[in-house]
Design a protein around this ligand. Structure first.
Ligand code: MRU
Length: 363
């Protein structure tokens, strides 16, 4: 277990005794039933698969803050359910406080703001059935994200050549989304197409999303992978063992600068040096039209103890000062393409992103 203490939220072995097969196309790390948002507690993976029973907005907000549910698209969908829960429990007047609580949970993943602004639009027209309308929205965003990810997978898989060895960072699979995954969705689709040889999985310090979560997913999907420490990426590229890189995103600026899990920028610089194509995979809901460049993206800084401890054990002398930036920004000129549900965007990104945002269909 790592992260903020989970006091007050119930843990259950398995809601409704369902089979949770991450290899299944319909696997989702969250679900809504009987006014409960069930969230697979990712802080306990891979050791234990247990679900949080979230009955209030506070429960959902705490689950997001402590990374029980994480990954930009999953955070957005969880927030939409969290808002619906508040209004269904306590009436329309609960909306503003619930919204503010959820908005403050994590600053970098723009899908959170995107989902809350979609809720604002629903509120503006919903009349006296706000709770029902918000629940319908959450369900719509949930289904839409899975649909987007499958399209991202199909577009991204076309970039692969037979025998490709791909490197990825953090976790961008079904766990990080409403289902299927973004960068891991691309990897999944390439594997299904028979063009993938191997996935190099960065462990992703400090919270080990690669080692704990991506390895967990790839094992269940029966996709060949090898786990490496983050600092191995350069050596792999120098040895010619990486053919392409696909990672996710927490926020993409209008010029293509992209915030993702800290360490992504390092991988992109190494990829440039070794001429390995470096791709971002993300739905259009991860594009922030209000951010002109990476300089406009807020970077979450988390508790220093996430760096100085591993699974609750000190790995540095007591009192060691540490800096824990959760994300970094990869400049657009290091990115070969951005795989979205409407196709692979290419430089110059100002133009291709504007076209993608204007594309019809829900964003
Ligand atoms: O801190 P996390 O685990 O929420 O960070 C997740 C990432 O950086 C992912 O790469 C990103 O959100 C895309 S998930 C499809």
């Amino acid at each position: 277990m790592w992260g903020v203490a989970d006091k007050g939220i119930e843990h259950r072995r398995d809601p409704r005794q369902q089979e949770h097969d991450v290899a299944g196309d319909d696997f989702s790390p969250l679900r809504f039933a009987d006014d409960v948002v069930w969230i697979l507690d990712q802080t306990r993976l891979p050791r234990e698969e247990s679900w949080l029973e979230c009955r209030t907005t506070e429960d959902v907000a705490a689950a997001i803050r402590r990374l029980s549910i994480r990954g930009a698209p999953a955070i957005g969908v969880a927030a939409a359910y969290g808002l619906a829960v508040a209004v269904r429990r306590d009436g329309d007047s609960a909306y503003d406080d619930a919204r503010a609580l959820l908005a403050a949970t994590r600053p970098t993943a723009v899908n959170l703001r995107w989902a809350l602004e979609r809720a604002d639009a629903v509120r503006a027209v919903s009349g006296d059935s706000l709770g029902e309308a918000l629940l319908a929205l959450a369900r719509e965003l949930h289904a839409h994200d899975i649909e987007c990810n499958k399209r991202i997978g199909a577009h991204g898989a076309r970039l692969f050549r037979a025998g490709d060895r791909v490197l990825t960072h953090c976790n961008t699979g079904a766990l990080a989304t409403a289902g299927y995954g973004t960068a891991l969705g691309v990897i999944r689709a390439a594997h299904a197409a028979g063009t993938l040889d191997l996935v190099w999985v960065d462990e992703t310090r400090p919270l080990l999303q690669g080692a704990r979560l991506t390895a967990w997913e790839l094992q269940r999907l029966d996709i060949p992978f090898r786990l490496v420490t983050d600092s191995t990426a350069g050596a792999l590229m120098a040895r010619g063992l990486v053919d392409r890189i696909v990672v996710g995103a927490d926020r993409i600026a209008r010029n293509g600068d992209t915030a993702n899990k800290v360490g992504t920028y390092t991988v992109a610089v190494l990829a440039h040096r070794h001429r390995v194509p470096f791709y971002i995979a993300a739905p259009r809901s991860t594009i922030d039209p209000r951010a002109a460049s990476g300089a406009d993206i807020p970077i979450e800084e988390r508790d220093a103890t996430e760096v100085t401890t591993v699974f609750g054990n000190d790995i540095a002398p007591p009192g060691t000062p540490a800096l824990n930036l959760a994300f970094d920004v990869t400049p657009a000129d290091l990115i070969a393409g951005i795989v979205t549900e409407v196709g692979v965007l290419e430089p110059p990104y100002e133009a291709s992103i504007a076209t993608a945002l204007a594309h019809p269909g829900m964003r």
